[in-house]
Design a protein around this ligand. Structure first.
Ligand code: SF4
Length: 573
């Protein structure tokens, strides 16, 4: 087999055993790899009734045919599991070079099941798997465990959870080399299995089917990426390059989505962000290098932070009426140290600030913090409270949906879909975004079909015509990207034409043309929907928070769009 490895590594934490299984070629034909394969195994091996934090839940780590090759942005891997935040399908992707090492060990999929009695670090070295129960790793924060890996695992790649994951925080992520598979609580699933992390090193070659053809296809892709304006903005400023555009188009939420833009974004304008960055860094084999390093002092230490990126500048800044980059960076750093998702954290703090504004919470509930809009002190104090899980911080770790169930009258401004807090694009009045959020399989998320192009002149954002069709095309493309696996940001410069060529010359599998890939992408979407159905989800859960309808999205129009989407998906095989 070329491009793919054809092997699955199964690790049982309960018995400290592992086995290696073959993956049938027909599965690659049907699902490509990465997201497609992982979602196939989730459906095959889980009933959907499992408690996400019980040993029956599984963690699937997957790479794709392009992982570890010379294709641009080919370092990524995905984590797939049942989410403790949404109780449904969870996929989350991460850069760094962990994915490349999985491939160099000879695996496309790693399935982790069971639960260890003691905190465990898994060591994967080619075909060998060891279980290290070093108690000294318990409770280590990101900076501490990174030091440990640096001293003890030079030349290995790693992923790990912070203290928040260990105590099963539903907003905790999985971290790898300064990057994060942040959303939906995958960190808690690691924690529930007493899995602190994985170190991995392989020395197998990643072979492709037709080297010459593949090189040609990769070069064509690189040419397209280099000629894309959107990619060059990403390279230049990072993901924050769109802040002014989002604000101009009234799509940048402020004060927990009460407003759709803000007057004070000057510090976050692209030209000012560019001046603030110390340098750029890139994942393995990425010509885009969207990550920007920001340097600042915190509690007497000099910190070099990878970020804050667009979503975090919004969630821990603009959303809370905070416009100071250093303050946002400090909160970002605390989240990273403890291992929690910045988007959910910012949403939770925004929700608390609105509760306080409406007189629905007293500061004595929250350790004496006065959560007023714009308060940097409140941001840092609440971030620490959530990150440490102390006092009411423990409750806040359960997310906005849970909090809205304990504060009567707050559901109307609980900004989540299926339990996952919304990202940095205001849905109201933007029909392609509204639809994307509502139907997203992992909950409030802009990365799985939402028609972001409507915010960049690709369509009239206030009109609903043709948006279902655009969404379906996006889903097809993004699921192929996530199955191959490349970075989401390549979609700014290339499409199925380029990606399908690379997959074909890499694997030699006789996929037909780009339209077949679109079909595969939609088939994978159907698998995600099937998994959610097994978890108890139905069409009724595809809905937006009530506030979205006050500010511009017409409920009936959106309902019809959701109906049209489901009708289409019913016929996908
Ligand atoms: S674009 Fe950014 S996130 Fe994507 S692979 Fe490159 S550096 Fe990593």
């Amino acid at each position: 087999m070329k491009g793919n490895c054809g092997k699955l590594l199964r690790i049982d934490l309960s018995s400290s055993n592992f086995s290696i299984e073959d993956i049938s070629i027909s599965l690659y034909r049907q699902y490509i790899g990465g997201m497609g394969l992982a979602t196939y195994y989730l459906n095959k091996e889980m009933t959907g009734k499992e408690n996400p934090l019980d040993k029956e839940n599984k963690i699937i780590i997957a790479v794709g045919p392009l992982t570890g090759t010379i294709a641009p942005t080919s370092s990524r891997f995905g984590i797939f599991t049942k989410s403790p935040l949404t109780n449904g399908y969870l996929e989350s992707y991460c850069g760094g070079d962990f994915g490349k090492e999985v491939k160099k060990c000879g695996f496309d999929v790693i399935i982790i099941e069971g639960k260890s009695k003691e905190s465990t670090l898994i060591e994967i070295n080619n075909d060998s798997v060891k279980f290290d129960h070093n108690k000294n790793l318990i409770g280590l924060k990101s900076s501490e465990i990174k030091e440990y890996f640096k001293s003890n695992y030079t030349g290995w790649s790693n992923l790990y959870v912070g203290p928040a994951g260990e105590r099963n925080s539903k907003i905790s992520g999985v971290f790898s080399e300064g990057r994060c598979a942040g959303r939906g609580g995958a960190g808690a699933v690691f924690g529930s299995k007493s899995l602190k992390g994985i170190v991995i090193k392989g020395d197998k070659r990643v072979d492709v089917y037709n080297k010459e053809e593949f090189m040609k296809d990769v070069n064509e892709t690189l040419r397209e990426l280099r000629s894309s304006k959107a990619v060059s903005h990403l390279k230049d400023v990072g993901t924050g390059n769109i802040i002014d555009i989002m604000n101009f188009f009234e799509s940048l939420p402020n004060r927990n989505f009460q407003n759709k833009c803000s007057k004070e974004i000057n510090n976050f304008l692209p030209q000012n962000l560019k001046k603030a960055w110390k340098k750029s860094v890139a994942c393995f084999n990425c010509p885009i290098a969207c990550s920007k390093i920001y340097e600042f002092e915190y509690e007497g230490m000099k910190i070099e932070l990878d970020g804050p990126e667009y979503e975090t500048i919004w969630s821990l800044g603009i959303n809370l009426d905070i416009y100071d980059l250093k303050t946002v960076a400090k909160a970002n750093y605390i989240c990273d140290e403890y291992g929690i998702d910045t988007i959910s954290t910012g949403n939770i703090i925004g929700f608390i600030m609105e509760l306080y504004e409406k007189g629905m919470i007293d500061s004595k509930h929250i350790d004496g913090v006065v959560p007023e809009w714009g308060s940097s002190e409140a941001l840092i104090a609440l971030t620490k409270l959530i990150a440490s899980g102390k006092g009411f911080g423990m409750e806040m770790n359960n997310g906005v949906k849970y909090l809205s169930s304990i504060f009567e009258g707050s559901k109307a401004f609980a900004m989540h879909v299926k339990g996952m807090e919304l990202p940095a694009f205001h849905p109201s009045g933007n029909y392609g975004i509204s639809l994307g959020y509502a139907i997203s399989n992992r909950g409030g998320c802009h990365l799985h079909g939402a028609v972001l192009s409507e915010l960049f002149g690709g369509a009239d954002r206030k009109k609903h015509n043709n948006k279902v069709n655009m969404l379906l095309k996006n889903i097809g493309l993004i699921n192929v990207i996530n199955s191959s696996i490349l970075c989401y940001f390549v979609s700014n410069g290339i499409g199925l034409k380029e990606i399908s060529k690379m997959i074909k010359s890499c694997t030699g599998i006789d996929y037909k043309d780009p339209s077949e890939f679109e079909e595969i992408g939609l088939r994978i979407n159907k698998l995600c929907m099937d998994f959610n159905k097994k978890c108890g989800y139905s069409k009724e859960y595809d809905k937006l928070p009530l506030r979205s309808f006050d500010l511009g999205t017409n409920k009936d129009i959106l309902s019809n769009m959701i109906e049209e989407y489901h009708e289409f998906m019913m016929n996908v095989k």
